[in-house]
Design a protein around this ligand. Structure first.
Ligand SMILES: Cc1cc2nc3c(=O)[nH]c(=O)nc-3n(C[C@H](O)[C@H](O)[C@H](O)COP(=O)(O)O)c2cc1C
Length: 180
């Protein structure tokens, strides 16, 4: 990993304050392009991406999403076609792997957003039934995660990370590096 990539990763922070400024579709589609190149189990790519840009729909989704803050101009619903995933990869693909794949796509998208000067925040706290109704989703399409997207309006809150010593072990539980 280059220092630049690590620096970019470290500068991605959840954005919860957005400017009242539209994001061009071209830029939004660059984000989806980043998501499209994420890895997926057996390359199933069961994901579907819904860019919510209609201000009225954004407002309605916001109303049903307690975890969402900062009035973003765009909300991305990262969905997966669970039926397709199941047909391609069985029960595990449908019930677990599709969600992991969507998470991989989400991180790609959030990192690409940083490089384009956009802020994002992952949102899991939303009323699934209400939002899927607003988006007119068919039954096989599951919403995995929402991402708020927009131009940041303030420096993000810096959430701390646990130190490496607390989260890393080598080979077996609690062992340390053997070839310094
Ligand atoms: C799966 C997932 C769900 C999340 N759901 C919410 C949410 O509903 N509301 C919210 O404000 N932030 C949400 N977050 C953002 C986390 O709170 C945030 O990533 C974490 O505090 C670390 O901060 P950072 O993103 O600024 O590094 C979610 C993040 C993840 C990965």
């Amino acid at each position: 990993m280059t220092d630049d990539l690590l620096t970019l990763m470290k500068s991605r922070r959840s954005c919860r304050h957005f400017l009242d400024k539209a994001v061009p579709c071209k830029l939004l589609e660059t984000l989806i392009e980043a998501g499209r190149f994420a890895p997926s189990a057996s390359n199933v790519q069961a994901w579907k991406f819904c860019l919510i840009t209609d201000p009225d729909l954004v407002r309605k989704v916001d109303l049903f999403s307690p975890g969402l803050s900062g009035k973003p101009p765009v909300i991305l619903a990262i969905c997966s076609d669970r039926e397709y995933a199941g047909k391609r990869g069985g029960v595990a693909a449908s019930e677990i792997l599709a969600t992991i794949d969507a998470s991989m796509a989400a991180e790609n998208i959030m990192l690409e957003a940083v490089s384009l000067g956009l802020g994002t925040c992952a949102i899991k706290s939303f009323n699934n039934a209400a939002v899927r109704k607003l988006l007119k989703l068919p039954p096989q399409i599951e919403i995995e995660l929402l991402l708020s997207i927009g131009y940041p309006d303030a420096d993000p809150h810096i959430s701390l990370r646990k130190p490496l010593e607390e989260i890393l072990f080598y080979n077996k539980w609690k062992e340390t590096c053997i070839n310094e």
